[in-house]
Design a protein. Structure first.
Length: 116
């Protein structure tokens, strides 16, 4: 199982980024996927989740209306579109599957820094 995140970077407040997570080693279309983030000195928190079929999506209150999670089964990739970014969104972002057989696997993460 491999999860490879990309797309992070430095962006000004109010800007946008799209994160990608390329998944391999399992039947991607069969599993729910999530994005987490961890800021310095803070615990890892769930940001967004999407069911295997893509029809049900959930978001943390702090990102509702600004972030959108999506998935592409042809590319085995889950995305996180982040708009109206705030300094408090600064963190390392990780993708993950909550399924029990995949729960031990995490990618290396991608750093998002929101600063002027």
């Amino acid at each position: 199982v491999q999860l490879v995140e990309s797309g992070g970077g430095l962006v000004q407040p109010g800007g946008s980024l799209r994160l990608s997570c390329a998944a391999s080693g399992f039947t991607f279309s069969s599993y729910a996927m999530s994005w987490y983030r961890q800021a310095p000195g803070k615990e890892r928190e769930l940001v967004a989740a999407i069911r295997s079929g893509g029809g049900t999506r959930n978001y943390a209150d702090s990102v509702k209306g600004r972030f959108t999670i999506s998935r592409d089964h042809d590319k085995n990739t889950v995305y996180l579109q982040m708009n109206s970014l705030k300094p408090e969104d600064t963190a390392v972002y990780y993708c993950h599957s909550p399924a029990p057989r995949l729960a031990a696997y995490w990618g290396q993460g991608t750093q998002v820094t929101v600063s002027s």
